[in-house]
Design a protein around this ligand. Structure first.
Ligand code: 5RP
Length: 217
């Protein structure tokens, strides 16, 4: 099976989790694009909150309802892809530069389900770890984060500068604390197991489900 088929299998399985009336967070990326297609085919009436203009446009193009995120609101479910996934539920996210909105949406959902193809499974996390930085004082922030490089892509929808931490990731929890406490860092792409409910990974012709947190069916 190809990577694309594995993404599609995982995304289709995740679409079954969506029920009428739910408020659903929508991630960003090619696996989420399959999810949007599968969700549109289910014809359930839901409200989506998108983490990027690309996901918003793709969902609206298929007739799905997308609303701005009400920050006081909870989401029933959020579905998103990932760049790296460990068996104990640590993720690296943000290759698409949407990490800050993705983390806010994941943290706001009762259930956060990650969908991916089998190439995303790793024994341990490694660089690059995506970062969103404030433009103010950027040079000095980069010095504090070394080794780190600007990615040279357009700013995030919130005007953040996208960069990548390029050092070792021996201890994800310690690195997450270091990055989060560095002045000028808006957000980093390390997502801890406390955020993740389940992971659906397409592996060949089946979907492997990894339960990280909670007892969802
Ligand atoms: C975007 C992300 C994506 O979810 C991640 O990069 C996976 O993308 P894809 O499904 O295309 O492999 O974090 O910021």
């Amino acid at each position: 099976m190809s990577r694309e088929s594995e993404k599609q299998l995982a995304a289709t399985k995740a679409a079954i989790l969506v029920h009428e009336g739910m408020r659903v967070g929508l991630g960003t990326g090619s696996t989420v694009a399959y999810f949007i297609g599968a969700l549109a085919q289910r014809r359930v009436k839901v409200v989506l909150v998108a983490t990027s203009p690309a996901s918003e446009q793709a969902a609206k193009a298929l007739g799905l309802e997308v609303e701005p995120f009400d920050e006081s609101g909870r989401l029933d479910l959020a579905i998103d892809g990932a760049d790296q996934i460990t068996s104990d539920g640590w993720l690296v996210k943000g290759a698409g530069g949407a990490l800050t909105r993705e983390k806010i949406v994941a943290a706001s959902a009762d259930r956060f389900v990650v969908i991916a193809d089998s190439t995303k499974l790793v024994e341990s996390l490694h660089a690059p770890v995506p970062l969103e930085l404030l433009a103010f004082g950027l040079s000095s922030t980069l010095v504090r984060l070394a080794p780190c490089a600007l990615r040279g892509v357009p700013a995030s929808p919130d005007a953040g500068v996208i960069a990548d931490y390029l050092g070792e990731v021996h201890d994800p929890s310690a690195l997450a604390s270091r990055l989060a406490s560095t002045p000028g860092v808006v957000e980093h792409g390390l997502f801890g197991p406390d955020l993740v409910s389940e992971v659906y990974v397409g592996v060949g012709e089946s979907v492997r489900r990894i339960v990280v947190r909670g007892e969802h069916e």
